[in-house]
Design a protein around this ligand. Sequence first.
Ligand code: ATP
Ligand code: MG
Length: 580
Amino acid sequence: MRISKTLFVTLKEEPADAEVRSHALMVRAGFIQQIAAGIYVYGPLMWRVLKKVEQIVREEHDKAGCQELLMPALQPRELWEESGRWDRYVQEKILYHFEDGRGREVCLGPTHEEVITNFVKGKLTSYKQLPQTLYQIQTKFRDEMRPRFGLMRGREFVMKDAYSFDADAEGMAESYAVLRDVYRSIFTRCGLRFTPVEADPGAIGGSGSEEFMVDADTGEDAIAVCHATGYAANVEKAASRIPPPPAIPAEVPMHKEPTPDAKSCEDLRALFPDLPLERMLKTILYRAVWTDREQTVAVMCRGDRELNVVKLTNHLDALAVELADERLVKEATGADVGFAGPIGLKKDVLLLADSSVEGVQGFLCGGNETDTHYLDVWFGRDLEQPPTHDFGLVQAGDQTLDGEGTIEITRGIEVGHIFQLGTKYSEAMGCSFADENGKLQPFHMGCYGIGVSRTAAAAIEQGHDESGMIWPLPIAPFHAMIIQMRAGDEAQDALAQELHDQLHAAGVDVLWDDRKLGAGAKFKDADLVGIPLRVVVGRDAADRKVEWKPRVGGETEVISADDVLPRIRAALEEAGVQIG
Ligand code: ATP
Ligand code: MG
């Protein structure tokens, strides 16, 4: 394809609002254009990338026996009432929903569990038809609270979603394992470095789930990994072993001390330098919200640990859990923020504790009175230990649960998420099949998502330098680029045309910069759009000589024009890309 005949417009300036490189570079290179927060036009170059990702996704699913279909984006409220998710999605404000011309409520699909379950109902009727996995590649709509980072978190984005149907939990686990392999193949074929991690299933529900994280320092997700044991989990879900502090004798009775303005552990350390952080117990107040009620929840935690709201939300099975504001703290404790404690909280406050407090004695805690703390407090003696659960946030340096290794925290971009749903949707929606004895059973389902547009952005997040994008060959908009130094030079015109036609005929996606522009501007653009394989047709064109100048990795070399196609073929083969 000749650049002079295509819509190829790059910008000198980066967009002011871009917080991550992929966003800035895609806008500068004309790959995307934002038309409203989180809503983008995918330009021709971007669309080529998305189609390549889609094609890999498609091929790997098809290879594993999954069947492609296409479901509607527009969905009636009734289906969401059947699954019982309407209220939750509306309350979370993630759902785009409105009344149609006939006064019926509809939404734009943020996900398709309801539609697919409804689709198979009455079609998959016997155990003999199982297992089956169906998938689609489609635009999803989510009114994300904070759309940002370009294609990473859009309000309209391309997703592949697959759904498996099995007769029982074992079958579901098998389908899940197949899809897990499919995911590994997909991201490997895309040329990405990634880590599969244990994940929190979130609002989708169900048991076991894993996320596929593209390794990138700019990723939104923090991941707990241990190289010694191979453990990898999203910190939302990760657990670690926290040894209790050394035991101390119980000699001193509990006493109340004035602690003016000492609201944080740091302030308290200044007052009580001999008391280790493990024996300063924080009490953090939250407001938990369910569809029909809300409650103030107080959670105790060691001074050297932090709480994980996701674990707390799951434990409470709440819609949302947020830090209590000043007013709520005052209401629950009678004190200003910074002095909450377990003793003397208002009756309707639910008191819980992170398991890190187990075995901690002789501790400090808030006095539920401004400028006051209790000291030398003992569970059992001075108050009952509240029910404990793992609400903790894993920290770098923690031991793994088995004690076999040390945890590190790295960052990643979630590009895929797979779930074992169980019978949640099939039961709610009355979707069943007849088993061997003719008895009706609900399906055991799995669901499997890949953010297609997010994957493209993640590739750039992982592959770029100060000059621009560096695409992995398998998903690059073009495999190769011919940079012609002087358009209009007879020998160069002829050789560039010949190479272009030859590569094109061989099935290589080739972009030819034939513009009447200076060499500097052309190289700048070539670096920006990041096509991996490059050939410069210049001075030596009359001798059928060109420069081989890959975007990264490799010196510039003068080679014969006849060697271009074999070199490109070799590079494609090495990257696992088939052509022609
Ligand atoms: P996140 O935690 O990032 O919001 P999620 O858990 O809501 O993601 P899923 O519902 O599992 O995501 O969706 C499947 C995949 O779709 C995700 O793994 C991600 O790659 C992609 N995805 C989700 N939300 C967005 C979005 N707003 N923009 C782009 N891609 C998204
Ligand atoms: Mg989300």
